[in-house]
Design a protein around this ligand. Structure first.
Ligand SMILES: Nc1ncnc2c1ncn2[C@@H]1O[C@H](COP(=O)(O)OP(=O)(O)O)[C@@H](O)[C@H]1O
Ligand SMILES: [Mg+2]
Length: 402
């Protein structure tokens, strides 16, 4: 089929042609947005799930919903290396300037800008490379203590008051939340707590890897009363079939049931992989319907492409010892495994590999579904590890007697 008309869109954050199986979470988001805008109590939303399940795509969709219902959205993506304050300052400045410029004078919006300026002065010393051009005097004594918890709360409150004064609402949308430091996550939760107590029109819509739930609970025990954590997983077979079939039917093409079944089996219903397989199958197919033998060929091409991109970029960020650890985890098979079993597989003591496991968690490669358990954050990563490191270099097998 002509690649020019290929409807599928494999890629981080690429909107799919058919956003399948997420109606329930979108409805939850619609209700949350509506209630908070109306000043009613409601918990913010933090989406959790593995890589490639569609968190970023859904955040973008929710951002559109928010805009349609009169919110001003602020979208940021947390980084391992960049402080939250540095990420937040530019869009918040933009937002407050926007609020300040609306028709009539708003003392609250002006104050918001002054508080933001103070906040900037407070963090400037810590993160010397941030810049902010706000041509206004700071509000001394507010948000400039240098203590992120209290300062961020002060900024959010000023922001919420400015929004309320303007009859609007703010949606703070933050992707990759698991990359925040413990201090930052604490400060963010605390700030949202203050917002909720005053029922100001600010909602937090976030997304992150599954460890986010535990990280939030550890940062602030009341996090669970403040947030809902909808889980995004692989698509159910019917939804996965719709994700593949709907986009091609629009162009008078279809997959046979057997072909769909084979893609779903290979991809286990993971959205990223559905897009990849759909994409390759479309390009390979000579006619409609797209048959199972085309899918089998597509499997080879898909795996080759994933190995060269999606999996590879993650593999390249690992040290040799981290790779060995992941290879041992892969050897134990699908699902999650006891840290003790992984260490045993490597022929070492659990304590000696604990730092490696921690750094893999920080890098977002593995997570802990339950205490002492470890699992990949990227679906099918174990199979990739076996392909790229076919010789199991786990020390157990080649350990010389000592
Ligand atoms: N509900 C869905 N149905 C079909 N494809 C989807 C769906 N959600 C996401 N995708 C596809 O999956 C891929 C990964 O989405 P992304 O939002 O980047 O995942 P995550 O942020 O969880 O890693 C993209 O190619 C996207 O088009
Ligand atoms: Mg993402």
């Amino acid at each position: 089929m002509d690649p020019l008309h290929n409807p599928f869109s494999p890629g981080a954050g690429s909107p799919p042609p058919e956003l399948a199986g997420r109606a329930q979470i979108l409805e939850q988001a619609r209700i949350t947005l509506g209630r908070i805008k109306a000043g009613r109590p409601e918990r913010s939303l933090l989406l959790v799930g593995l890589r490639g399940v569609g968190k970023t795509v859904l955040l973008n969709r929710i951002r559109e919903l928010a805009e349609q219902s009169g919110y001003k959205p602020v979208f940021i993506e947390a980084h391992e290396g960049k402080p939250l304050a540095a990420l937040l300052l530019p869009p918040l400045r933009q937002l407050l300037i926007g609020l300040d410029r609306m028709a009539n004078i708003s003392e609250k919006a002006k104050r918001g800008l002054r508080v933001l300026k103070s906040f900037f002065n407070g963090v400037k010393l810590k993160y010397q490379d941030i810049e902010i051009g706000i041509d206004i005097d700071p509000e001394p004594g507010v948000a400039d203590s240098g203590d992120l918890e209290s300062d961020l709360s002060a900024v959010f409150l000023a922001l919420g008051e400015a929004a309320a004064d303007r009859g609007t609402a703010i949606a703070l949308i933050i992707d990759e939340l698991q990359y925040l430091s413990e201090e930052e996550l604490s400060a963010l939760i605390m700030a949202m707590h203050q917002i909720a107590q005053r029922q100001l029109p600010v909602v937090l819509i976030g997304a992150g890897l599954p460890q986010l739930v535990a990280l939030s609970g550890r940062a602030k025990s009341y996090a669970e009363r403040l947030f809902q954590f909808p889980e995004l997983g692989p698509l159910q077979p019917d939804d996965a079939a719709a994700a593949l079939q709907e986009p091609v039917i629009e162009q008078q093409i279809r997959f046979t049931d057997e072909a769909l079944g084979e893609i779903i089996r290979q991809t286990q219903g993971y959205p990223y992989f559905l897009q990849e397989w759909g994409y390759q199958a479309w390009n390979l197919a000579a006619q409609s319907p797209i048959e199972v033998d085309v899918v089998r060929q597509a499997t080879q091409d898909s795996i080759r492409r994933l190995d060269a991109n999606f999996f590879r970029v993650r593999f390249d960020r690992m040290t040799p010892r981290e790779k060995e650890y992941l290879r041992a985890l892969a050897d134990l098979g699908e699902g999650h495994h006891r840290s003790g079993d992984i260490a045993e597989r490597l022929g070492v003591k659990v304590q000696s590999v604990a730092p490696i496991r921690n750094s893999l968690i920080k890098k977002g490669m593995v997570y802990s579904p339950a205490h002492g358990d470890t699992a990949f954050t990227v679906p099918l990563f174990g199979d990739f590890m076996k392909r790229i490191m076919p010789q199991n270099s786990a020390r157990k097998t080649d350990k010389s007697p000592s």
